[in-house]
Design a protein around this ligand. Structure first.
Ligand code: COA
Length: 163
């Protein structure tokens, strides 16, 4: 059974991420979407909120688990019996960073390979940061995220304004 991990911050999940998830499911038996708990970024949403938005966005997909992880990705992958890490590439600018991550991971565990999938052209410009920026100015984000995520983003920015 081919088990793969799709790790990320997912703050929040976008159509670009969903595109990668759907593509990955065509080549693996099981995909674990793993939300990083303590990364360098300061996420807008809590881990629980991010997990719930992911679950809601992939409700129709089978063979997917949504989980969170702390610490090294290779250790988490081993714990999950996964020997594939899936990462999406949107443009050539993603490549250098991804190569560094993949080679570092390989140095730590040579049994785990990183598989890169190209994000559909339609979503190649999306990032969670740009979606948050548009949402913070009350712009239309319906082309970037699901209806539910758009609602959550709106609520978060209203909540922050009130605070
Ligand atoms: N569609 C849309 N957006 C995409 C995307 C796609 N297909 N692929 C990446 N992105 C965006 C994300 O939205 C995110 O945008 P943001 O920076 O505006 O938030 C950005 O690209 C990259 O983020 P993400 O894919 O979530 O990766 P990350 O860099 O936040 O996290 C981990 C990378 C989790 C894989 C890495 O930090 C990790 O493994 N950490 C654990 C510690 C470890 O083992 N480190 C490895 C040794 S150095």
């Amino acid at each position: 059974m081919k088990v793969a991990i799709y790790p990320g911050t997912f703050d929040p999940i976008t159509y670009g991420h969903i595109d990668i998830i759907e593509r990955a499911l065509k080549i693996v038996d099981k995909l674990v979407i793993a939300v990083l708990v303590n990364g360098n970024k300061k996420p807008l949403f809590s881990v629980e909120e991010r997990i719930n938005m992911i679950k809601d966005s992939i409700i129709n997909l089978k063979n997917v688990e949504v989980d969170s992880f702390n610490g090294l990705l290779v250790d988490y992958a081993k714990m999950k019996n996964a020997n594939i890490i899936v990462r999406g590439l949107r443009a050539v600018t993603d490549f250098e960073y991804e190569l560094q991550l993949a080679q570092t991971n390989r140095q730590m565990n040579d049994n785990i390979d990183t598989v890169f999938l190209l994000t559909g052209l339609k979503y190649s410009y999306i990032s969670s940061s740009t979606v948050k920026e548009v949402a913070s100015y009350n712009g239309d984000i319906s082309k970037f995220v699901t209806e539910n995520v758009a609602k959550e983003l709106k609520a978060k920015y209203i909540e922050n304004i009130i605070k």
